[in-house]
Design a protein around this ligand. Structure first.
Ligand code: XIL
Length: 364
């Protein structure tokens, strides 16, 4: 009887949401296994272990997150950001980030550590005052201490670090205003990579392992002012003979407005041609209005495939990370009012058509 009820319940679900199907056991959807067979390093996901989100106590979520055949890498969504790691100047809180590293290590998963220098999620001791060029030396010291402390503390547990996050303004391609830019000027960008590469060299000396140093940006997934500005920025670091290893393409897309596969591959290739690794770092594809239609879910699947496919098309693209995999924990609804359903799984854990579409792409 029980199983009949289960079938009836599934049928009811299928009727209510025609394009969804019930999620199968993780072993049948091994996105990480599939992408590795294509020569990539990982298919990963963001995760958020700060106590407020509920992800830590959601056993279904944890089961999928900790299935390494599904996800070969994790990115902490918030746990390593400035406001969490250095809430008081010079006093570091490494514990939340360490939780993610411990789970990942137990699972044999890589971790993309995120992030060191950004203009958002800064502690109040950095934002409650105005910084000017008179504070140049002070802010260089603050920046160096933060970068060095985090990189050397977490050491080789980080496969990569997003050293600078979202440095550019949409549209203009100007450097984003921040305490770093206000006090240090445009030199803050190559300096951040200098401090990071010095710290990474210390880790290498101690462990023998290299940490990949990335700049991470959005709206760099297609040709445009911002992408050109990012190319120039990367080259300004290389021209100073400072190490920069990779460029992250966040890839927060909207259903039906996602750049096509060739466009995304071409943007990545421009950076690969500079000798850099590239990666899809925060992929999600949101509906700008809800609820989704069946046609919308099919379009979302195509959009996901275009992004993952663009990574397959570029040899130096190392992997793909989704910005969490379960709608319950997506950042979209709280940031973009009225939008959502951006992740691979609906909030009842049913897999969206995008999951099968990515599997088909990667198995092909
Ligand atoms: C988001 C987190 O997912 C949210 O929980 C938080 O409230 C805001 O930041 N680009 C980034 C990520 O580089 O760090 C952001 O993460 C999403 C946009």
């Amino acid at each position: 009887m029980k199983s009949i009820f289960a079938v009836v319940a599934l049928l009811a679900l299928a009727t209510a949401r025609p394009a969804h199907h019930a999620r199968q056991a993780p072993a049948t959807t091994p996105l990480n296994d599939l992408i590795k067979a294509k020569g990539k390093l990982y298919f990963g996901t963001a995760t958020d272990f700060l106590d407020t989100t509920g992800e830590r106590t959601d056993t279904t979520y944890q089961e999928i997150l900790n299935t390494t055949s599904e996800f070969g890498a994790q990115t902490p969504g918030n746990a390593m950001k400035y406001d969490t790691t250095e809430p008081t100047q010079g006093q570091f809180n490494y514990a939340p980030g360490q939780q993610v590293l411990d789970y990942a290590a137990a699972n044999g998963q890589l971790v993309r550590c995120h992030n060191l220098i950004w203009h958002q999620q800064l502690p109040s001791w950095l934002t409650s005052r105005t910084w000017t060029s008179a504070d140049n030396a002070t802010l260089q010291g603050i920046m160096k201490n933060h970068i060095t402390s985090l990189i050397t503390h977490y050491a080789d547990a980080c496969y990569a670090w997003d050293v600078v996050n979202e440095p550019l303004v949409d549209g203009t391609g100007a450097l984003q205003s921040s305490p770093w830019l206000d006090a240090i000027g445009p030199e803050y960008f190559p300096l951040a990579f200098k401090f990071a590469s010095d710290a990474a060299a210390q880790v290498k000396a101690a462990t023998g392992k290299d940490i990949k140093l990335y700049v991470n940006e959005y709206n760099d997934e297609y040709a445009g002012t911002k992408t050109t500005a990012l190319l120039n920025l990367v080259q300004s670091v290389q021209a100073r003979e400072i190490r920069i290893d990779g460029v992250g393409f966040e890839s927060h897309f909207i259903v039906g407005q996602t750049p096509d596969r060739a466009t995304q591959a071409a943007a990545k290739k421009q950076f690969a041609d500079l000798g850099l690794d590239v990666a899809v770092t925060e992929l999600d594809v949101r509906f700008s209005s809800l609820p989704p239609t069946s046609a919308g879910l099919a379009q979302q699947a195509t959009d996901y495939v275009n992004s993952v496919g663009s990574c397959l098309d570029v040899e130096k693209c190392v992997g793909v990370t989704v910005w969490d995999f379960e709608d319950k924990y997506s950042w979209i609804p709280s940031t973009f009012s009225g939008q959502g359903e951006a992740d691979l799984y609906s909030d009842d854990y049913s897999a969206k058509p995008a999951v099968a579409a990515i599997q088909e792409l990667l198995a092909g």
